[in-house]
Write a protein that binds this ligand. Sequence first.
Ligand code: FES
Length: 69
Amino acid sequence: NLLDVAINNDLDLDGFGACEGTLACSTCHLVFKKEDFDNIEEMCTDEELDMLDLAYGLTDESRLGCQVC
Ligand code: FES
């Protein structure tokens, strides 16, 4: 998933993925471009939505990176 991509590429994302994909943080919040958002799989858990609500700068194209495959 995207979280692994970020980690494997040593991206300098400060604190990104703090909970290691267990939906316990919102540090992996990503904002997609509209066309990309339409291409990724839909959100499949309410937990993601709940956690996204806490994310800074929530948009209609927001997802939690660790939940996007
Ligand atoms: Fe914590 Fe995604 S890494 S919710």
